[in-house]
Design a protein around this ligand. Sequence first.
Ligand code: PLP
Length: 378
Amino acid sequence: MVMDVMAAAARIEEAGGRVIHMEVGQPAAPAPATAIAAAKAALALGRIGYTEALGVPSLRARIARHYAESYGLALEPARIAVTTGSSAGFMLAFLALFEPGDRVAVAEPGYPPYRHILSALGCEPVAIEISAGTRWALTVDALLAEHRKKPLAGVIVASPANPTGTMVPGEALGELFRACEQAGIKYISDEIYHGLDYAFAAATAAKLSDNLVVINSFSKYFCMTGWRIGWMVLPEALVRTVERLQQNLAISVPTLSQVAAEAAFDGRAEMETVKHGYEENRKILVEGLPPAGLDKFMPVDGAFYLYADVSRFCGDSFDFARRMLEETHVAATPGVDFDPKRGKNFVRFCYAGSAAEMHEAVARIGEWLGKSKRSSAT
Ligand SMILES: Cc1ncc(COP(=O)(O)O)c(C=O)c1O
């Protein structure tokens, strides 16, 4: 459905309208200058060949060092696998961990490709509804209740999450992992939005145990969506399996992107400035949307999403998003993409644009909702 919104936004732009794009979950900023410079220098050398299937050793070592610097965790570079974005990390993890027919739990609302990739591989995604009662987090009780119905082979946990932008504190993640460990449920932690945490510091699951899979990416914090590069932290016993899968499925990850990714770590100061921009945008929305009429949304803890309840205005978020786009030129994503059942009540706004755009979006939405209120009263 987000594609339909994008197509409608493109039509408005072709006709000369100016759309504020809050529908797609990607940063507006480019990759760090250090990454771009390293890629240019590598290109100037000429030959771009294959690399080791698990990634260039210096990049794997640099990622391991990132865990020491950011989380105080010593990790063996041998446990790092470089992947073509976290998207390829999911495919590799699911192939390495699960068999066709396996049941794997995912939170609903959640990132749709989890369930789509699982289904494509013959696994059964098991949606567990999360709600305000648990601060939009998967809980031990809900997970074990599902496991008792029919055993689960695995679970995917994301914090900060998409589409909600909510985060789970480290202690709760620890409880969830320990329950999984006892029940024999394999634990996959999607940490793609790490670095973009505002409410409290995101905790890496890699600190809980060596026996789980962490998936991360350069797409979001490092603004490198189109470079298609990410990584996994693997249990030692899974490294060889993932290496063989990657050798056969992809040979290796694009070399130029690996070079750029390694240099991206030297561009953190630039990325922190980008992050502060998101923080400012978050403040503009959190303070501006309630007086504009949208006063019900999930805790806006991290990532760059605000998931708003629009049920007060409309029972069909697709129609809400369509009308908002046509009448205010603000594009957002209907929640049905993330939650086939309750998503009709929600719309996701991505606040990775500029502060000026956020102010304008709030003003346009306020005027629009005010007008609809006035016309429904008459
Ligand atoms: C929660 C989550 N995980 C994974 C991805 C995939 O990102 P990439 O393949 O660019 O690393 C996304 C992209 O939006 C996402 O929102």
